[in-house]
Ligand binder design. Structure first.
Ligand code: NDP
Length: 246
């Protein structure tokens, strides 16, 4: 099995896309450490579900937008073996609104939750990859970070930054055998998008070639590919999983 006993950290790994990523890695034999911020019941449900899989999922409460939270997560994941194979930067939020009306808090919380974890988790995570000169980092970006979206200046800024962060880190870590890539996701059916108005959903779907919303496991499949040996010569790239919107 490709990820048998591999140590995998998934931030925001207990709901939505992150949950699908955690389950996919555990199904492939990995020891998954899934971080969440506050939703204990979703975390507990995921841990129960993982009992039947080849690998394991340990859920860890950690606010990865802080250095202390990210450090504690990486420490917990590497306590047993001392190394880390895969880091998936997935945690993220939206606080949509037009710029002229956007509160400083909505700007700050999105930048803080979506961008800061990339710095903190990669910083601590990379240290655990360098010793063995191998590892893969996959970050979840968005079509909003590529093409922009009205009402999402905060979110688009954070997701665009995730792409440039990915490209810079890929150049930095390539010589050390560590690959860094991103998945650019389109509209995916999760709690994050459940609150969208039907006309918003219809507008996005009509702009897509496949004419439907995506499912979390369709993004997870792209993450698994980029983390796997099938992608051994791929780094600094964005794999778009958006049903053909871009
Ligand atoms: P959900 O809202 O369904 O899940 C978000 C997850 O992130 C939860 O597990 C949540 O924990 C966790 N989380 C949030 N903040 C933190 C934090 N500071 N520390 C640790 N965990 C945190 O989101 P999605 O699955 O929809 O989105 C996942 C990622 O994919 C995000 O980065 C999002 O921007 C991106 N994306 C989503 C798209 C979509 O259409 N859904 C499209 C493109 C990109 P808790 O359960 O405790 O709240």
């Amino acid at each position: 099995m490709e990820f048998q006993d591999a140590v995998v950290v998934v931030t925001g790994g207990t709901r939505g896309i992150g949950r699908a990523v955690s389950l996919a890695f555990a199904a492939a034999g990995a020891k998954v450490y899934a971080a969440y911020r506050e939703n204990v019941s979703a975390a507990a449900a995921l841990q129960q579900e993982a009992a039947l899989l080849a690998g394991s999922i340990s859920v860890i409460q950690a606010d990865v937008s802080t250095s202390a939270g990210a450090g504690a997560l990486i420490d917990a994941a590497t306590a047993e073996n001392g190394y880390l194979d895969v880091l998936v930067n997935n945690a993220g939020i939206i606080r949509d609104g037009y710029l002229a009306m956007m509160s400083e808090d909505d700007w700050d919380s999105v930048i803080h939750t979506n961008l800061y974890p990339l710095f903190h988790c990669c910083k601590w995570g990379v240290r655990k990859m360098l010793a063995r000169r191998r590892g893969a980092i996959v970050t979840i970006s968005s079509i909003s970070g590529v093409a922009g979206a009205s009402g999402q200046t905060n979110y688009a800024a954070s997701k665009g930054a995730a792409i440039s962060f990915t490209k810079a880190l890929a150049r930095e870590l390539g010589p050390m055998g560590i690959r860094v890539n991103a998945v650019v996701a389109g509209l995916i059916a999760t709690d994050m998008t459940a609150g969208l108005k039907q006309e918003q959903v219809d507008r996005i779907i009509s702009a897509s070639a496949l004419g439907r919303i995506g499912q979390p496991d369709e993004v997870a499949a792209a993450v698994i590919f980029l983390a796997s040996s099938q992608a051994s010569y791929i780094t600094g790239q964005c794999l778009v999983a958006d049903g053909g919107i871009l």
